[in-house]
Design a protein around this ligand. Structure first.
Ligand SMILES: CC(=O)N[C@H]1[C@@H](OP(=O)(O)O)O[C@H](CO)[C@@H](O)[C@@H]1O
Ligand SMILES: [Mg+2]
Length: 526
């Protein structure tokens, strides 16, 4: 563990393992990356030598940021009860304390060789941090396999394949093979040969390289990449990508300049390709965003529609949203799709957990991060089903193939987008009709700097404040003045800020409501 000295921990560190792992400026992450190698190795040892993943990425954050995140054996996030230990290690400055913490932990487990799979995004700090992660793994005499540059979900897939041989081949090629084979089969049994073309803004990140590879090995997917410059890592997420499009509610800069094609479907990925939003420009040149809420409703329409065709199969379907979901989407799901909606706090780990309670659990954050999970009961009922005719057989096969198409471990831009295109094809829906399923309520999201964001404590899936005292009552009073008004305030879990969300029936009303709630929030935080 002498390489501890190669990666000195800065004095008075405050590193914290959040939903997205450790995330800071790339040049401040050396010691954290080294220690993440150690934590991943310990996690592997604690599971009796199962393969663990490490992804080096800062997703949609600026190019000079970076991050390290650990992936558990079945492709899930590191369990929350490991986070305090990860934080303790990351913030330990002295070698003696560090060595003791590691050895104490090691003493709990059997002596096995850990194995770690690693991948990184396109950032220039990636290779340096990779070296640090590897040195951490080697310090515990671990083995590693470096998969080079991959999307975050690809590394989740590979990690799972190592531990679950039925899942697929543990390689990048294995990922493409599975996606192509599944998509081809779904199309074939439903009488189609290829998916419709789509233009994809890949945020100048790793998603671009991977879509180009896919495009070169198959004719059924028709992805046209824009913002796909991975030779210049400093362009990552700049004026493009899912976060830019969703936050600004406008086209990526290059499309604003060149002019988009009316009615054509576009999509944007984030920097590590685990989020996707779609959009188009309508007959009156208006930008129409098809965000995570819309993706959830589209996939729910597909799955719900297919299940209706086999009424003897009884499965529990649920949709999980956060308070950031547009009110119209919730209303559409409940009143038109007749599927129950559940709310959890922000962060995919909360949504994922809730979704697991259903046979089909569909969850998406409005920003485009999400997936669908299917229960063992779903697979069993469909596998055991005796189809009465060809139509039923086709339906059941399609429902089973969806399990392989959608990356259940984690939100995956490439799989989610393919599922969107499959859904449009199978439901015979045009881009316009998707966009007209419901009319979004105008909404605004604000970020406020406050003295102490931890003062803001919430309840009811973050929709109501319990602290600061009295603020919620004031918000209620303001909200009551606006038709279809809704507003809530919560501390960000990833930034030192408080977020204020507002929606109302009209744009002006929504902005006024947002402004009023921002003012109340600032006053209360003095
Ligand atoms: C409003 C919003 O988009 N919040 C994001 C953001 O969380 P905050 O806790 O709001 O900072 O980052 C999370 C991690 O990427 C993501 O899951 C979440 O949706
Ligand atoms: Mg991401």
């Amino acid at each position: 563990m002498q390489s501890f000295y190669t990666y000195p921990t800065p004095p008075d560190p405050h590193y914290s393992y959040g939903t997205a792992g450790f995330r800071y400026l790339g040049d401040q992450l050396g010691s954290v990356a080294f220690k993440t190698g150690i934590i991943a190795a310990l996690r592997s040892i604690s599971t009796g030598g199962k393969t663990i993943g490490v992804v080096i990425t800062a997703s949609h954050n600026p190019p000079d940021h970076n991050g390290v995140k650990i992936v558990d054996p079945m492709g899930e996030m590191l369990p929350q009860d490991w986070e305090p230990f990860a934080n303790q290690l990351a913030n330990t400055v002295s070698f003696a304390e560090f060595e003791k913490a590691v050895n104490d932990r090691l003493a709990n487990y059997k002596d096995v060789t850990p194995h770690i799979v690693i991948a990184r995004d396109t950032r220039s700090s990636g290779p340096r941090l990779l070296k640090a992660v590897i040195d951490g793994i080697l310090a515990l005499k671990g083995k590693y396999t470096d998969f080079g540059k991959l999307t975050t979900p690809q590394l989740h897939y590979i990690t799972r394949c190592y531990n679950d041989k039925t899942f697929g081949q543990p390689s990048e090629q294995g990922y493409y093979d599975k996606l192509i084979a599944t998509t081809t089969k779904i199309l074939q049994i439903n009488g189609y040969t290829k998916l419709d073309p789509i233009t994809v803004d890949t945020a100048n990140g790793i998603g671009g390289d991977q879509l180009r590879k896919l495009d070169s090995i198959t004719d059924i997917l028709n992805f046209h990449v824009i913002n796909g410059d991975t030779d210049h890592p400093d362009r990552l997420n700049i004026d493009c990508g899912a976060d830019y499009v969703k936050t600004n509610q406008k086209l990526p800069a290059v499309l604003q300049k060149e002019g988009p094609e009316q009615g054509h479907l576009y999509a944007s990925f984030d920097g590590d390709a685990d989020r996707v939003v779609c959009y188009y420009v309508d007959e009156s040149d208006k930008f129409r965003l098809l965000d995570g809420d819309r993706i959830a409703t589209l996939l729910a329409s597909l799955i719900g529609g297919l299940l209706k065709k086999v009424p003897k199969i009884k499965l529990k379907v649920g949709i999980v949203q956060t308070a950031y979901a547009n009110g119209s989407s919730t209303e559409f799901i409940e009143s038109k799709l007749k599927i129950p909606v559940y709310f959890t706090p922000t962060g995919v780990k909360h949504l994922h957990q809730k979704a697991l309670e259903f046979d089909v659990g569909i969850y998406f954050e409005a920003n485009g991060h999400g997936t669908v999970v299917f229960s063992p009961n779903y697979v069993k009922q469909l596998r055991d089903y005796q189809a009465a005719d060809e139509e039923e057989k086709k339906t059941v096969e399609t429902l089973l193939l969806l399990v392989d198409l959608i990356n259940q471990a984690v939100g995956d831009s490439i799989c989610d987008l393919t599922a969107v295109l499959v859904a449009l094809k199978l439901t015979k829906k045009s881009v316009y009709s998707w966009g007209n399923d419901y009319k979004e309520l105008p909404n605004r999201l604000y970020k406020l700097s406050v003295k102490d964001r931890f003062l803001f404590k919430t309840t009811d899936a973050e929709r109501r404040l319990v602290s600061p005292k009295g603020l919620q009552e004031k918000i209620d009073e303001v909200v009551g003045k606006y038709e279809k008004g809704r507003s809530f305030v919560r501390a960000s879990g990833t930034e030192d800020a408080v977020r204020v969300y507002a929606e109302a029936s009209g744009t002006e009303e929504c902005e006024r409501l947002g402004k009023e709630v921002c003012e109340l929030t600032s006053e209360a935080s003095q």
